[in-house]
Write a protein of this length. Structure first.
Length: 153
């Protein structure tokens, strides 16, 4: 009986736990992403009434809805404190970096124009910022004691 009590008390990790600390910022960003990508999908849906390029608009709407579904899935994993959350968030970060470029290539192909005609300096700046942010948060998710203590389900 004493061995069981000793074993269970030694497996407890001390340190911060729960969706607090720096995780609050990550959580706010997660829900902000839902709003941002959801708005982008709605804006794309509104393009159906303004253009005859239904194929390009449909592809863009589909891509945004897929990304939105994944972001919501990751948010649910976060709220349920799933062990898979840190890895899912990193994949979401990679998707957030790649999806705009996939979108540009896809729309360029459907419109029959070069991708360079659809890219401007703000796209490059956004990508650099996203790579830095995803890199820093990915590092935090890998080394944080709070993350290790929180995402255990």
């Amino acid at each position: 009986m004493a061995d069981v009590a000793t074993a269970s008390s030694s497996s407890v990790v001390t340190g911060p736990k729960g969706l607090g600390g720096w995780l609050i910022l990550l959580m706010l960003g997660q829900f902000g992403s839902i709003v941002r990508v959801g708005k982008a999908a709605v804006d794309d849906l509104n393009l159906f009434q303004q253009t005859d390029r239904v194929g390009a608009v449909s592809a863009e709407v589909a891509l945004n809805l897929l990304l939105l579904a994944f972001i919501i899935y990751v948010a649910v994993a976060m709220l349920r404190t799933k062990r898979s959350f840190p890895t899912l968030w990193i994949w979401q970060g990679v998707a957030a970096i790649l999806v705009p470029w996939i979108d540009i290539l896809m729309v360029a192909a459907l419109l029959g124009v070069g991708p360079g005609q659809l890219v401007d300096s703000s796209d490059l700046a956004h990508t650099v910022g996203a790579v830095i942010a995803v890199g820093l948060w990915s590092w935090y998710l890998q080394v944080s004691v709070r993350v290790k203590n929180t995402f255990v389900n």
